[in-house]
Design a protein around this ligand. Structure first.
Ligand code: ZN
Length: 418
């Protein structure tokens, strides 16, 4: 059993949290920004110190590789992201990259023999906070392997033209072409070169902490559906229209949301659903709204439960308070199960290290979920204090961060022997 060095993990957490420091306790580090470049400079500097070979691909994904003793064998990659949301935390994504760096440094320091190339990788634009959507680059890179209904959302031409949410002008393509670490296509992650990808990450939820566990062995990324529901009423004057004459689309939608909650709460309690987006027309305080639409996101491991939830949406009343109700599917994504053998390596490693663990599902999307269509993939979680993430308060204790890196190290070494 090998373990990673706590001091070394701490030093990296401190260093990365200075790059894009938002002075509120967290960071804002958009993909392809100056801060992204600086964070990668640091990655390169530390990886070159141990003799890792640095390459980058045509999406600016970066790879630091310690060559193994048998060049005929396929390599192992440990990957996550270093970009953040606006006022994000110091752990989401970057802890996976820190863990990967730590694994390579430990292998070097302890002189641990390995036959396969072992690579620490940074995915470009996971958050999609400046150039939407999220998990954009892994979606493009793995699109030939994705089911067509998912792949169509990550079509390269469309993604390359994604515009900056700040200036609504600069495209992802332009930012990429100017980026210091743009490389070439032949360096891309592929199943020809690698047999496995591991992603270490924070949980971003409250479950591990609540169960007093140190590590989550991730079974799957939850399947989800995205639906748009529309209420269509009639616009009219807010002062002259008696209440009984109104077809108020917002009032109708509030009733619809209530029905959805009442009905979905009858399904298994681990079903999660969110109305995170609302648009209202004309959105003027003197006008009764004539059209309101919401977007609802529903997630669960079981396709049967998802199907039950979709039934609830499809069975909504067609008319509420005089308004017409329409239900339309946006997109659906099946539950993605991680590779059994890799999950097993992770579980064995946690057991041997003596950490407390549980199996867990990922409610959030990750690059690993797309990578898993291309090559065997698995994820490891560390607890998030208070279940907080995508905010300045995001925190994982140094002990848990170091445990995460140590589990990754031992799982990778088991995989090397296969
Ligand atoms: Zn992340």
């Amino acid at each position: 059993m090998f373990t990673c060095n706590k001091k070394s993990v701490e030093e990296k957490i401190k260093k990365f949290s200075q790059i894009g420091d938002d002075h509120r306790g967290g960071i804002t580090r958009y993909s392809l920004s100056k801060e992204d470049e600086m964070a990668r400079d640091y990655f390169v500097e530390r990886m070159k110190e141990i003799g890792a070979i640095i390459t980058t691909d045509d999406f600016a994904n970066m790879y630091a590789t310690l060559p193994g003793s048998d060049p005929t064998k396929k390599g192992i990659v440990m990957a996550s992201h270093i970009d953040s949301v606006k006022n994000g935390g110091n752990y989401d994504g970057v802890l996976g990259v820190i863990s990967a760096m730590e694994v390579l440094q430990t292998i070097k320091r302890e002189n641990i023999p390995h036959e396969r190339n072992i690579t620490a990788m940074i995915w470009t634009n996971e958050e999609g906070s400046l150039y939407p959507p999220a998990i954009m680059v892994s979606g493009m890179l793995t699109s030939p392997y994705l089911p067509p209904e998912i792949a169509k959302n990550y079509e390269v031409e469309k993604m390359m033209n994604s515009k900056s949410v700040i200036d609504n002008k600069t495209t992802f393509r332009e930012a990429l072409s100017k980026f210091k670490y743009l490389g070439t296509k032949e360096n891309r992650l592929s199943s020809d070169k690698y047999i496995a990808m591991f992603e270490a990450h924070i949980e971003q939820g409250p479950i591990l902490e609540a169960n007093k566990n140190d590590i989550g062995v991730v079974k799957c990324v939850l399947g989800m559906v995205n639906y748009t529901i529309r209420a269509v009423g009639e616009a009219n004057h807010a002062g002259t229209t008696p209440m009984s004459y109104r077809k108020d689309a917002l009032f109708a939608m509030s009733k619809v949301i209530q029905i959805i909650h009442e009905e979905l709460d009858k399904l298994p309690s681990d079903l999660v659903y969110t109305t995170g987006q609302l648009s209202i027309h004309p959105n003027v305080h003197t006008v009764i709204p004539d059209e309101v639409s919401i977007m609802i996101d529903i997630r669960h491991e079981s396709p049967d439960v998802i199907a039950e939830a979709v039934k609830v949406l499809n069975n909504l009343p067609k008319e509420v308070y005089g308004c017409h109700i329409e239900v339309e599917v946006g997109w659906t994504r099946d539950t993605v199960y991680f590779d059994k053998q890799l999950v097993n390596f992770i579980e064995q490693s946690v057991k041997e290290l003596g950490y407390k663990y549980q199996f867990i599902n990922s409610g959030a999307g990750h690059d690993a979920q797309f990578a898993s269509y291309m090559l065997p993939t698995a994820m490891i979680f560390a607890p998030s204090a208070g279940g907080r993430s995508h905010c300045d308060e995001e925190y994982t204790s140094l002990d848990h961060c170091t445990m995460l890196a140590s589990v990754l190290l031992n799982a990778v070494l088991k995989c090397d022997k296969e």
